[in-house]
Design a protein. Structure first.
Length: 150
């Protein structure tokens, strides 16, 4: 495993997050959308910093007593070494600190790697959003309810 720090999203990291987002996600957020998250009172982000460079990030919107994971991405050069697990663990800890008892997310039907990560953390498939993504791919809706234990 590499040396890393967990840091919050700050303006100085926006370009790194955008780059990882662009390299990792089929429906990438715009730079403007990511910048707006700095001012979104519901948004919380955890970033993995390695040698002064952001190499992964995860975002969640906390609304009342639920968390909605917006995105998780790891720079392609750093995949396969457990950083997705670290990001998920950090999001769950964040939820615990905020008394969140349910977490949801949408994941591409074709993204088996991400689905397996979420299942590892207790998420279960609860439904389908037909043609959810811009390219008309379906999304699987997953929930983790009353099982936020670390």
């Amino acid at each position: 495993m590499i040396d890393y720090d967990i840091v919050p999203l700050e303006k100085e990291y926006i370009n790194d997050v955008y780059e990882i987002n662009r390299l990792s996600l089929k429906s990438a957020w715009s730079l403007d959308s990511i910048e707006k998250e700095l001012h979104n009172l519901f948004a919380k982000y955890v970033l993995i910093k390695h040698k002064n460079k952001i190499i992964g990030f995860a975002g969640i919107w906390i609304i009342v007593d639920e968390g909605h994971i917006t995105n998780i991405a790891v720079h392609p050069e750093f995949r396969g070494i457990g950083l997705g697990n670290i990001l998920m663990d950090e999001l769950i800890k964040l939820c615990l600190r905020n008394n969140i008892n349910a977490i949801t997310l949408e994941v591409r039907k074709s993204n088996i790697v991400a689905q397996n990560l979420y299942k590892k953390f207790g998420f279960v498939e609860e439904g389908i959003r037909k043609k959810y993504y811009q390219d008309n791919e379906d999304a699987i809706i997953m929930w983790r309810i009353n099982s936020i234990n670390i």
